[in-house]
Design a protein around this ligand. Structure first.
Ligand code: CP3
Length: 347
């Protein structure tokens, strides 16, 4: 099998014969083989064993037939290295033992030390890059999204504590954004040095902010992160997450190659809001997988027809896959996107 680089080409807005496909949260919670591994080990324990983390990363690549692998890890993992203790609790998500409450809590966050803190993840990346016939995407959580966990202490719907800190103690907020920005930059640079072929910044919850607050409180750090990575040839993806449609016109100075869209704006509308510099990725509602295959394919067609109008489109969902997703439907969807897009591009 020869190396499949359609994902990289699409990120760079080059022509492709077939659309590339991958799925956020594709690492197999819907896969019995994964669930068996999870009976023995927690997410963090898997991540500490490079051979096992590589195996879990590879599962969906083989079973679902996607055109990119995403490293098995979590957006929370690097915060352990900067001095935050957390668990990933089943059916809840990340729970922080020592949430950030004060200026002193932000002051004590330390920088990542690459050799000491990242040896497992670097080893995992090296194993994967040696084995994969598709590009390896690695990722980090963006500062707002990570901050929302560190401040709330657990997943939140309102982000009330996060906003309270942001509005009442802007100096502390910006110090936190700076420190998390530094964490992300060090972390992603180390991934790329280890061989990652592309990186994605997950800002899953930043759509909770108004465009004005996003621009003032968050965008400077996002801009700095991508400016720091700009000289590297590996494509960079920014995913502004759920309900991010109104933020899209404000991303002009962000030096990412690709922007991930959620399903509340169409691909055509997203492109219009972003301008022509960016490739786009997305944006099917993952819960469409509860529908019959005929409905899934009809919706996929609409997205693909818009996607192929210009080079620079990657098929994905608009948010992460849910654990109950059917692996058979996912596989069939991937094959459908490949076959339908090949015919449509050739036509
Ligand atoms: O995409 C992948 O398959 C690669 C691995 C990956 C995980 N988390 C593994 C994981 C990625 C890219 C993430 C990103 C992540 N983690 C995000 C951003 C993407 C998104 O969906 O918005 C966020 C917000 C988190 C934080 C997080 N981690 C939550 C909210 C949860 C629990 C809820 C849930 O979806 O299960 C986790 C746990 C987590 N991270 C699991 C996995 C496979 C489930 C743990 C398990 O299998 O028991």
């Amino acid at each position: 099998m020869s190396y499949n680089d359609t994902f990289i080409k699409a990120c760079k807005k080059q022509e492709v014969d077939t659309l590339p496909v991958w799925y956020m949260r594709q690492a197999g919670r819907y896969d019995p083989a994964y669930r068996k591994i999870k009976e023995k080990y927690s997410l963090l324990e898997i991540c500490q064993q490079p051979e096992l983390a590589a195996e879990v990363t590879l599962l969906p690549v083989h079973k679902v037939g996607v055109d990119a692998a995403i490293l098995y890890s979590d957006i929370m993992n690097p915060v352990a290295s900067i001095g935050i203790d957390f668990d990933i609790v089943k059916n809840i998500g990340p729970v922080i033992h020592n949430p950030i409450k004060s200026s002193a809590d932000v002051e004590r966050l330390r920088p990542i030390q690459v050799e000491k803190d990242l040896s497992h993840i670097i080893k995992t990346i090296e194993i994967l890059v040696g084995e994969l016939q598709v590009p390896l995407i690695t990722f980090a959580g963006a500062p707002f999204t990570i901050a929302s966990y560190l401040i709330e202490g657990k997943p939140s719907k309102s982000y009330i504590r996060t906003k309270e800190l942001m509005y009442n103690e802007p100096a502390v907020w910006f110090k936190l954004m700076d420190k998390l920005g530094d964490m992300v930059i060090t972390y992603l640079k180390a991934h790329i040095a280890a061989g990652a072929k592309a990186v994605q910044l997950f800002d899953s919850w930043v759509g909770a902010l108004s465009p004005k607050d996003f621009q003032y409180y968050v965008l400077p750090t996002i801009t700095r992160i991508f400016a720091e990575l700009k000289h590297l040839e590996q494509p960079k993806v920014y995913f502004p997450g759920v309900s991010s449609g109104e933020l899209l016109p404000h991303l002009q100075q962000v030096a990412a190659d690709v922007i991930g869209l959620d399903w509340r704006v169409s691909i055509a509308e997203g492109r219009q809001r972003l301008g022509s510099r960016f490739a786009v990725q997305g944006n099917m509602d993952p819960y469409i997988l509860t529908a019959p295959m005929s409905v899934i394919k009809e919706q996929a067609k609409v997205i693909i027809d818009q996607g192929i109008k210009e080079p620079g489109y990657i098929f994905n969902f608009g948010h992460g896959l849910f654990p109950e997703a059917s692996i058979d439907k996912l596989h069939e969807l991937t094959e459908f996107v490949h076959s339908y897009s090949t015919a449509a591009i050739a036509a």
